[in-house]
Ligand binder design. Structure first.
Ligand code: UDP
Ligand code: MG
Length: 313
């Protein structure tokens, strides 16, 4: 399999000391069994446990294992981008080290992309996760599709493979805020999915708690849609129309000599709600402005401390 081609695994790691050895063991076993030329690019996103040492120890005996170390935590999206930048392969395969997506699927991904696709997404049969997470992720994808029109495959796993042509196109994107799945859809090209069997996280805990996930969800929506801005205009217009109706009926009532004494309570309530709505709207505009500010500064996405078995860039 893959006689004259190189496969690059791109693996972001962050506090993964419980998983990393098992991950290396399982992946290299599959890769060797199928005689695949490979490199594994680990990108350490600023772990403070033994993750880096464990990878370095293994990398001493196997130069196909490569490591990029960030100087501090930049987030998974940046780590993935770094991995994709350093990878030399004809095919790039994204994986998490927690073994939720099993390495035995690697040959299936290669088989599928060799049929002539540019990108093959793994999708899971069912999500091995607690009920809250499942509900949240369903809601997230629904809102995302509704707001952005991005038609992402349902039940997206992390594992996915793409070719050099796709990679080169992806590397042209220099946005500072990166919702990788959305960017992949924007790159487009010939895409398909394969279904994979997911497992529980091998060990350790998820790094994405609820509020981090919520932040990612907001970013995804704001990066790929200006619908919130348009909705501000819509809501504002409704309120103005409502105001005119109210004015009209109050004048009629006065002419009919109906005298209603509006108490301060009703005025307070409408003022509070009105001001609240305005603040929210200014906030939404502010978030977009913040994103522009970040983009305009053109800061590098990440800062690399050192690399192992790789050339400095
Ligand atoms: N990760 C990262 N930087 C972070 C948080 C997470 O590189 O700031 C990596 C982490 O090591 C893991 C992957 O992102 O490989 C997915 O994280 P996790 O498995 O904790 O999330 P879940 O699968 O529960 O969504
Ligand atoms: Mg995981």
């Amino acid at each position: 399999m893959l006689k004259d081609k190189l496969l690059s695994l791109v693996v972001p790691v962050y506090f993964e000391q419980e998983c990393i050895e098992q991950f290396i063991y399982e992946t290299t076993k599959v890769l060797k069994e199928h005689a695949i030329n490979y490199e594994i690019i680990f990108v350490d996103d600023g772990s403070k446990d033994n993750t880096v040492e464990l990878i370095k120890t293994q990398a001493l005996n196997n130069t196909n294992l490569k490591l990029v170390e960030f100087s501090y935590n930049h987030g998974k999206q940046a780590a993935l981008t770094a991995g994709i930048t350093y990878a030399k392969g004809d095919y790039l395969l994204m994986m998490d080290p927690d073994l939720q997506d099993p390495p035995i699927e690697i040959p299936n991904f290669i088989r599928k992309i060799e049929e002539g696709y540019d990108l093959v997404f793994g999708v899971r049969k069912e999500k091995k996760d607690n009920i809250i997470n499942v509900i949240f992720s369903k809601l997230f994808w629904w809102i995302l599709e509704h707001f952005t029109g991005l038609n992402l495959p349902r039940g997206l796993a992390v594992m996915r493979i793409f070719n050099r042509r796709f990679t080169n196109q992806f590397l042209k994107y220099n946005e500072s805020s990166r919702f990788i799945e959305g960017m992949f859809m924007h790159v487009g090209m010939k895409q398909t999915t394969i279904t994979i069997e997911q497992r529980e996280r091998f060990a350790g805990v998820s790094k994405f708690n609820f509020s981090r996930k919520l932040n990612l969800a907001f970013d995804a929506i704001l990066d790929f849609s200006d619908l919130p801005l348009k909705n501000i205009i819509r809501i504002g217009s409704y309120m103005v129309v409502l105001g005119f109706f109210a004015a009209f009926f109050i004048v009629i009532a006065k002419l009919l000599l109906i005298d209603f004494q509006m108490g301060w309570a009703s005025i307070m309530v409408s003022m509070l709600i009105g001001f609240g709505v305005q603040l929210i709207m200014v906030g939404i505009v502010g978030v977009y402005v913040g994103k522009i500010y970040k983009q305009v500064k053109q800061r590098p996405l990440y800062s690399v401390k050192t690399v192992t078995n790789l050339e400095e860039k």
